[in-house]
Design a binder for this molecule. Sequence first.
Ligand code: G6P
Length: 612
Amino acid sequence: MCGIVGYIGNKEAYPILINGLKRLEYRGYDSAGIAIYNGETAIYKCKGKVSDLEHYTSKKSLVGFVGMGHTRWATHGEPNDINAHPHQSMYGKFILIHNGIIENYSQLKKILEEKGYRFKGETDSEVLVNFIEYIYLQGKTTAEIAVRAALSKVIGAYGLVIMCSDEPEQLIAARKGSPLVIGVGDGEYFIASDATPIVEHTKSVIFLNDDDVAIIRKDELTLKTVKNDKIIQPTIHQLDLDVDEIEKNGFDHFMLKEIFEQPRAIHDTFRGRISLEKKEIHLGGLYNVLPRLVEAKRIIIVGCGTSWHAGLVGEYLFEELARIPVEVEYGSEFRYRNPVIYEDDIVIAISQSGETADTLAAIQLAKQKGALVLGICNVVGSSIPRETHAGVYTHAGPEIGVASTKAFTSQVTVLAMMAILLGKKRNVLSNERYEQLLTALANIPDKIEKILQNSEKVKHIASIYQNATNCLYLGRGYLYPVALEGALKLKEISYIHAEGYPAAEMKHGPIALIDENMPVVFIATQDKTYEKIISNIQEVRARKGTIIAVVSEGDTKIKEMAHHTFEIPHTEEELIPLLAVIPLQLLSYYIAVMRGCNVDQPRNLAKSVTVE
Ligand code: G6P
């Protein structure tokens, strides 16, 4: 949600900033802007993508060694040139780029208007930059003091970078609730809202904590907090990330690359954690809390979007394999509905980015109520792993496509490992069943590989349905969350209205929609509800609906009823979501491409939603 990049050092800032913005564009892409200091500060910003900004700046001379850039996902104010960042204060003293929301911006705006400030656009960020300037001019103080004083009055979330015209060889960065990473180079620093623009320059990074303020000159970084003037010693981490992981590597889109990366991503998720030889599951991040987990009376899973769907699969897994009652909650609902949370509850927060604001707020609430809070996250060093008591990283590698794919399967892999482990420790699973599940999990990457080899078949089905306007996805048991995820993928990237339902619920409403124009995707592998779902397929057929079915290899019954089928290999029922979701991801991808949609940057969406 908005990308931030900053540079200060001995190199030309422009190429670093513009390339950084391209890397960050998956976070937001409705407008972009750049500010570079060279005697005075030039600001260029426009509605549209980073490529539009690049085009706009192509004939300008943008030299200078200090600067910052921003790519926006609008919250306050429509996406246009004026609301794009950077924002400059009225008297020109400060320039700011901001990610997050200033909740008390209207009060601050009123104060400023009474003092004669006038505003060009509608953003909360423009209010903030003027508020900083107002304090600065009032107190005849330094930029750092003014920034810290202003931020102490701000309610809301921010990740921001500020330049001051009186102290031009300096950038000030601050964080509260919206991530910022600082790359430490040789006589240079990089600032970004995540590590992707930094990794090609340096692997040494500092993750800012909430309330941190960094005052950065090319050869010096001073870290303080908003309220405390005392200098803090920063901790430098080494990034475990390579540049080729954040490039398309020959694929047309990041989403396609990430779909095809799933065998490796899942393998990386369980590598070193399951041993078929020793018949062991070892989740190092949970080691200290395992006794509490084994005794758990209840698990509450929180997440948003695709991560919430993974949580639903988790519910089936924990209840079936470990006999622990589970509730799955949207982070946004959980935080506001005064949930009953007991001290012996285990709360598991699932998030690819580790930054989703609603999930973070749910974690904070669960912690206040005394629950043990665990995280399942992909981005190392992000906020959720730092806010939770313990957790497991998915190790899927960077996910850049806005529509989540490999994050889902790697989250389900972690949930499966946890459920199998707990099932064993709680004596729910026999040794034989435990070993069967372990072996099946280890074989999943090869089976996904096999599905991917058949992607042309999905492409053919996509070509037939590319012009659909609605689509229904139906599944039962473990495949109900997969139906939800399939529908989400289609609507996110192709803008076709799609809904997922438990197949048996169809008769309580969605059946009214079915006619010859309604494609229905059944996820109907041979599990214990197979015969039941066949009845549901017949109900659709009887109403002339078109049936596309994901079936088990060798299926004959559904093949006779469906207009199109796609076979997936057999595995244990509990793990089938890991296979069944793959053709659905491919179907959405190909349909979106055929409809000419921007697959990696679907309209109105953002990869990491750091506002509530
Ligand atoms: C956004 C993304 C989704 C993602 C959701 C939760 O809406 O577009 O793809 O599933 O946020 O994100 P998280 O990083 O918490 O998994």
